[in-house]
Design a protein around this ligand. Structure first.
Ligand code: GLP
Length: 248
């Protein structure tokens, strides 16, 4: 079984987040004009707080270009549940990254057009230098759900019932979670020069164990990361408890 993913020693949640943030901070300091792939989700909120703190301490994002993994279809950028709003709230409104350098799919366009436009953005930017990734409870990366082939393009996707259920916690009770999204495909994610995964909490235990120790299969898109030559995983004790191999 291939085991190319590098697992950092498991630590407490805050420490795992701080270490992942430190990697990104060091990367931006060394490569200020790079293309950085960004992720959303609850896991990443404290990581963005660390990036904002680094900016307040002097780190500039002014020359960076960022590309987000995904966006819900049917939500306008200004919708509080959109990933545009998430990124503004947790990161973009607090740093010096020019808004025109931050790319996120549009959820309010006709779906095929939204996907085609975002694929065009990714083509124009070229290879992503460092891609930050979370993992879904079902092993998704971005919104590449189970069943996604290795070389899937940037496209419109139907969200898995488990994804809709677990993301419902971010939506007001009277609001439905969108059932479709535009996601960067596995092909673009896996062609990033380096990948950094952050997984915390017990809810990620099974997905992480399958990604590391199960078959490399469309059933767990995160397992494809084992095929990547430079993928580092930061996990806390709760997320990493099911792993057969406990450190790098
Ligand atoms: C969403 C995002 C993923 C993210 C996942 C995990 O589904 N599209 O990119 O990895 O959530 O989110 P959380 O950190 O909230 O568990």
């Amino acid at each position: 079984m291939l085991r190319a993913m590098k697992l950092m020693p498991l630590s407490e949640k805050r420490e795992a987040i701080a270490q992942a943030a430190r990697r990104i901070i060091d990367f931006v300091a060394a490569r200020p004009d790079a293309v950085l792939g960004l992720a959303t989700g609850g896991t990443m909120e404290p990581l963005y707080a660390d990036l904002v703190a680094a900016h307040r301490a002097g780190l500039s994002f002014a020359r960076l270009r960022t590309v987000n993994l995904d966006e819900y279809l049917g939500l306008a950028p200004e919708d509080p549940n959109s990933y545009h709003s998430y990124m503004a709230r947790h990161f973009l409104d607090h740093v010096d990254l020019p808004p025109e350098n931050a790319f996120i799919p549009r959820g309010d366009l006709e779906p095929m057009r939204a996907a085609a436009e975002y694929a065009g953005v990714l083509d124009r930017l070229g290879r992503i230098d460092l891609q930050l990734l979370g993992v879904g409870e079902n092993g998704h990366i971005g919104f590449n759900e189970p069943g996604t082939p290795l070389d899937a393009p940037t496209r419109v996707v139907d969200l898995a019932p488990l994804t809709i259920a677990s993301n419902a916690r971010f939506f007001a009770p009277d609001r439905e979670v969108p059932s479709r999204a535009v996601t960067m495909g596995t092909a673009a994610i896996l062609s990033a020069q380096s990948i950094l995964v952050l997984a915390t909490g017990e809810a990620k235990r099974e997905a992480l164990a399958t990604a590391f120790d199960g078959p490399i299969s469309p059933e767990c898109p995160a397992s494809y990361l084992r095929l990547h030559p430079d993928c580092t995983v930061f996990a806390d004790h709760a997320a990493g408890a099911g792993l057969m191999r406990l450190c790098a």
